[in-house]
Design a protein around this ligand. Structure first.
Ligand code: GLA
Ligand code: ZN
Length: 674
């Protein structure tokens, strides 16, 4: 298996390190190295926000301090993830070149300040970034300690400046060719919004055009395109010095503004920053949610990823800065590894003395010593990662794919109806995910551009918008024997958000599901319906009820109430060699648990354990040709016993039949591949 970081092919442990804040304190820089070693840290990310120190005045570079730091780290066995500093522009540049500051949706340009707020189009900023990245790469790419490029930091947001809007119009011309075509696809005859000149097209803003859904969707697509285009400038600059050093950029949790799947071609390694908000109780939901996001990150490139940031203790940007309970640091860190991370990295190593993150958790506090609970927890994770280093050569291999498509999400949430008080696409995706997660079944998260042919089960909730010929992939998948789960709100519009004519689900999916979706009823939050199965079981339903008619499908369950009582609510259709289920409404958790329990048996789906894990315990598998690694994380808040399948040993080589997990414990076992 190819390593994510070939120069240092190991589990990485460390995180953001900002020595540029401490250059006048050589004593502290020296102490940092000692503390890193004590914490079993082998890798730090350097220079992320260091532009002002790297180029103190226009055209005057000073890299000597950085070289000293990287040299010294390397001498001490600590590797460097080297950042490009584009995430925060220096004040001198922002003041001399206001055009690099972002224009917000109110069309007002930012003042100097903050970070992650540069224009992605500005030729000057691109040129400065390219020059800086090139110089950094020429100086450091061949350094034996530099193992990975960290492009910028958390690319985010959008810019509405005239240059970005002009680039948007160029992008639209390329996409649509003619204004006639654009007007047709965007259905602009509605309300007389027909464009007669390309220059009349502006980005959607709250005080301007918000009713043309095709425009809104294309703007979001363009923003992703433009950010990737900017990122390419950075990527090409560092790759020019040595193409063998991989590049990554750190993604964010549930980040709605870009389609992260579109970044996969440009990045060698996916990495992300995970900050679960743990509480005193009720952490299972949070654990399931972060499990899903770890799976998203692994699935983007279909390979292990890096956890680039997490907090060793608390965050300071949340309403409450809560400490992790004893054990939680291990459980939470192992959760990332269990889902495919080959690292546990933190923000940050040493707490900043001033400014906005002075109270954010760090490995080393203002106190400065290693005799703290947080430091000991970090060191324990470091030791654990050393012990399980072989896990880096394994991956999660899922037989189930769950479709979670960002363009579909944008379109659903921007559609106006059928439920403007909450259409809950992500929640619906999570409901399916949680059921599989609680059963220890590995899941990949895919979007409509991914290949789905190799899975046994594909779940595509609320597949409202069909793009890039995805319906063909679904048809072929079922025809060839796959099992597909579809739901209400599927096959309504094409990729430009134009409704299908001739009945839903459109684009031929009606035949696959064997149903016709005639109409949609929406429920208020306090209204419910029920799904009744033939064997008498009943499940609560909420939010949306699709009124469907079987056209070949077998009815497995019907609505229990309202004027459509007795009509189909759950169906299955034989199509080719496979089957397609249609769930017409949003069910309670038990519906998905029972359905996937049944399908797991029928399809012999791979599971981490033979039995169901105890409630709140997550069971995950990583594997390769020789070995299987079983990860158990206990998020239940109570002690738990788990019976392991045969043949597992712990990392001291001792056979284990029963794992005993303290509250918020995380344990790892291995066995030969079965
Ligand atoms: C983000 C950023 C870091 C830091 C942390 C704090 O992930 O990338 O620079 O601000 O948040 O949680
Ligand atoms: Zn701009």
């Amino acid at each position: 298996m190819k390593s994510l970081t070939p120069k240092y092919p190991h589990m990485l442990h460390g995180g953001d390190y900002n020595p540029d804040q401490w250059l006048d304190r050589p004593d502290i820089l020296e102490e940092d190295i000692r503390l890193m070693k004590e914490a079993h840290i082998n890798c730090v990310s350097v220079g992320i926000f260091a532009w002002a120190k790297l180029e103190p005045q226009e055209g005057v570079y000073d890299f000597d301090w950085l070289e000293k730091i990287i040299d010294n780290l390397y001498k001490n066995g600590i590797y460097t993830v080297l950042a490009t500093p584009s995430g925060a522009k220096p004040v001198w540049m922002s003041e001399q070149h206001p055009e690099i500051r972002r224009v917000q949706a109110n069309l007002v340009r930012d003042e100097t300040g903050g970070r992650h707020n540069h224009c992605y189009t500005s030729p000057y900023y691109r040129e400065k970034v390219k020059a800086m990245d090139t110089a950094l790469a020429q100086r450091f790419a061949s350094h034996p300690g530099v193992i990975l490029w960290h492009l910028s930091n958390e690319y985010g947001g959008e810019c509405y400046c005239p240059q970005c809007q002009a680039a948007f119009r160029r992008w639209l011309r390329e996409k649509y060719g003619t204004l006639d075509n654009l007007n047709h696809q965007w259905w602009t005859t509605f309300w007389s919004h027909t464009y007669t000149d390309w220059e009349q097209i502006h980005a959607p803003v709250p005080h301007g055009e918000t009713s043309v859904h095709g425009l809104t969707l294309d703007w979001k697509r363009f923003v992703t395109h433009q950010v990737i285009d900017f990122m390419k400038v950075e990527r090409d600059a560092v790759k020019a010095a040595d193409p063998a050093i991989p590049v990554t950029t750190n993604f964010m949790y549930d980040f709605y503004h870009y389609n992260y799947f579109k970044f996969k071609e440009q990045l060698d390694v996916i990495s992300w920053d995970a900050y679960p908000q743990w509480r005193n109780e009720g952490n299972v939901e949070t654990a399931a949610d972060f499990a899903l996001w770890h799976d998203v990150m692994r699935s983007i490139k279909g390979q292990p990823f890096l956890l680039m940031e997490s907090t060793p203790s608390n965050t300071n940007w949340t309403p409450v800065s809560k400490l992790k309970k004893p054990g939680m640091h291990m459980a939470s860190s192992m959760q990332a590894v269990a889902h495919g991370a080959n690292s546990v990295q933190y923000f940050q190593f040493r707490k900043s003395r001033g400014s906005t993150e002075k109270f954010h958790g760090a490995v080393v506090d203002h106190y400065g010593g290693s005799d703290t609970r947080v430091f000991r927890d970090v060191a324990a994770v470091g030791q654990r990662l050393e012990a399980i280093d072989a896990v880096t050569q394994s991956d999660v291999k899922a037989e189930v794919a769950l479709v979670f498509d960002m363009e579909n999400r944008w379109a659903i949430e921007g559609a106006a109806g059928p439920r403007n008080c909450g259409i809950h696409y992500a929640e619906q995706v999570r409901a399916h995910y949680r059921a599989l997660w609680s059963m220890g079944i590995p899941v990949d998260i895919v979007d409509e551009e991914c290949d789905i042919s190799g899975y046994k089960l594909v779940i595509a909730p609320m597949l409202y918008l069909l793009r890039a010929g995805f319906e063909e992939k679904l048809k072929a998948f079922v025809e060839n024997g796959g099992t597909l789960i579809g739901t209400y709100h599927t096959g309504l519009v094409n990729e430009n958000d134009l409704c299908y004519l001739g009945g839903w689900p459109g684009a031929g999916l009606g035949e696959v599901f064997g149903v016709w979706h005639e109409d949609t009823d929406s429920l208020w939050d306090d209204e419910h319906n029920t799904l009744r199965l033939a064997d008498g079981r009943e499940y609560g339903l909420k939010e949306i009820c699709a009124l469907i008619h079987p056209r070949g499908a077998q009815v497995l369950g019907t609505y229990g109430e309202d004027f459509y009582q007795g009509e189909a609510a759950l169906t299955v259709n034989q199509y080719g060699k496979g089957r397609a289920y249609y769930i017409a409404s949003f069910g309670e958790d038990a519906l998905y648990r029972d359905l996937y329990q049944k399908l797991a048996g029928e399809l012999s789906l791979k599971r981490a354990l033979e039995d169901l894990p105890p409630e709140g315990v997550e069971a995950c598998l990583r594997e390769n040709g020789e070995a299987q690694y079983l990860f158990l994380q206990n998020f239940s808040g109570r002690q738990q016993q788990v019976s392991l399948p045969q043949g597992y040993v712990d990392f001291q080589g001792q056979p284990v039949e029963q794992a005993c997990l303290a509250p918020y414990d995380g344990q790892v076992f291995c066995r030969e591949k079965q």
